[in-house]
Design a protein around this ligand. Structure first.
Ligand code: HAM
Length: 412
């Protein structure tokens, strides 16, 4: 039986095949995401992987809706696996925002599902670090979130030579569109053309733009001028004060595909341009209101960073550590009459917090010793009799004999 295309098997290291993924690397990434988020005062939340279909169809925009894993459940409900976390977050916040002081700073690490064409950096399932800040309109919040994004990537050892945050604003594009005589009914259509600029042939873009009353030259000129809005200027200054100036640049080519973004938007890319976006996000000041049916009106912004591109980038830059999980102690059982007391020792040492292995069934002493070496244990322990245990330090080869109850004191 084969696994589904675009889905992954995760194995412990060392990996048995180039086509599988590493649980150790995954845990390494999750740990780093959690550590930095907590340093910035973000609290962890989670939601269900299945949601009512209309949570996504009304709020996310065409592109993502075309990629939904949706079906009817046995109760005839139209449901979908979550393709992104933001609508769930908006729903959760709208339901209980009164219980939390503003701004709300939350993060999550959901597994998401999108029926995408499988390609480099894009699968049909991925894990995504989401950090969102809700209830603050000031650009100071945007700067704080972008600083978190930068520091998350720096935490993995990446530098300003490896990645850049391309900062943009839908407000700037809105002004451009309005002043150029664009019809507001076609604004999102216009945003979609800009979003696809890099991936679409020029003639095709030109055709689409002229249907809306614009030219490619006009658009290119606006992007090249790259004049920051007052809001973007304030974010840049805030980041410069932290010493993070070199990690950001204004780039109006970024506009983001999702429909709900309202203002500042940004994406993180590797400097060499070898990979797809590492992360993306922005302001979505209307989504909570929309999802709560107008009951709760809270400004919000956030970003999502996937594990797929990040892992490719860390691998390419040699920034993944070597993963092994050495055990603390191997309890050798050479005399089977001592097995019951040995089991007691194993159990007590585990209870004291040590990682302990032992032979499950009778085995020759040299085989046991070999296994202890393979596991890279710091100590081996062998009962001398029913009261004393011999502990050997694998590195120094020092040995001591101690009473059973004091064994744990010699494992430091
Ligand atoms: P997004 O740009 O769709 O934004 O996804 C964010 C990141 O998730 C991407 O930059 C990429 O690293 C990763 N990603 C997306 N799709 C895939 C895929 N098929 N395979 C592998 N990785 C993928 C959002 O999802 C927004 N909800 C983020 C957000 C949070 N905005 C505000 N708060």
């Amino acid at each position: 039986m084969e696994r589904l295309p675009g889905f992954r098997d995760f194995y412990p290291e060392p990996l048995p095949h180039p086509d599988v993924w590493s649980t150790d690397a995954r845990q390494f990434i999750f740990d780093q995401w959690r550590t930095v988020a907590k340093r910035y005062g973000f609290r962890e939340y989670d939601g269900p992987p299945l949601e009512p279909l209309d949570l996504f169809t009304t709020k996310s925009g065409e592109e993502i809706v075309g990629q939904l894993y949706n079906f009817k459940d046995k109760g005839d409900r139209e449901i979908s696996l979550r393709p992104e976390m933001t609508p769930t977050l908006a729903r959760m916040v709208a339901a209980h925002e009164r219980n939390y002081k503003k701004p709300i700073k939350w993060f999550a690490i959901p597994q998401l599902f999108r029926y995408e064409r499988q390609q480099k950096g894009r699968l049909r399932e991925h894990f995504q670090f989401n950090a969102d800040l809700i209830g603050e309109t000031d650009p100071a919040a945007d700067a704080e979130l972008i600083a978190l994004l930068i520091d998350t990537l720096r935490g993995f050892g990446l530098t300003d030579a490896d990645f850049v945050i391309r900062l943009s604003s839908r407000n700037a594009w809105q002004d451009f569109f309005k002043h150029g005589g664009g019809d507001s009914a076609h604004e999102y259509e216009f945003f979609q053309i800009i979003d696809k600029l890099e991936r679409t042939p020029a003639e095709e873009t030109e055709k689409k733009l002229s249907a809306l009353g614009f030219s490619l030259a006009q658009v290119t000129q606006f992007i090249e001028a790259g004049r920051p809005t007052a809001e973007l200027e304030s974010i840049l200054q805030n980041l410069a004060a932290r010493g993070l100036k070199d990690f950001v640049k204004v780039d109006y080519q970024v506009i983001r595909g999702l429909a709900y973004y309202t203002g500042v938007v940004f994406e993180a890319f590797d400097r060499k341009g070898e990979f797809r976006a590492i992360a993306g996000g922005g302001r979505y000041n209307n989504l909570v209101k929309l999802i709560s049916g107008g009951k709760v009106d809270l400004a919000a912004l956030g970003f999502g960073m996937g594990d797929v591109v990040l892992l490719e980038l860390l691998k390419a830059r040699g920034l993944l550590p070597k993963f092994d999980s050495p055990m603390d102690v191997f309890v050798l059982i050479e005399d089977e009459t001592l097995r019951p007391i040995s089991l007691r020792l194993v159990h007590d040492l585990r209870g004291a917090g040590y990682a302990v292995e032992y032979p499950l069934t009778p085995a020759k002493p040299d085989k046991q010793f070999k296994r202890a070496q393979e596991l890279k244990v710091a100590f081996t322990a062998r009962l001398e009799n029913d009261a004393y245990v011999r502990i050997r330090n694998s590195k120094t080869r020092d040995e001591i004999v101690t009473g059973l109850s004091g064994a744990a004191n010699h494992l430091g």
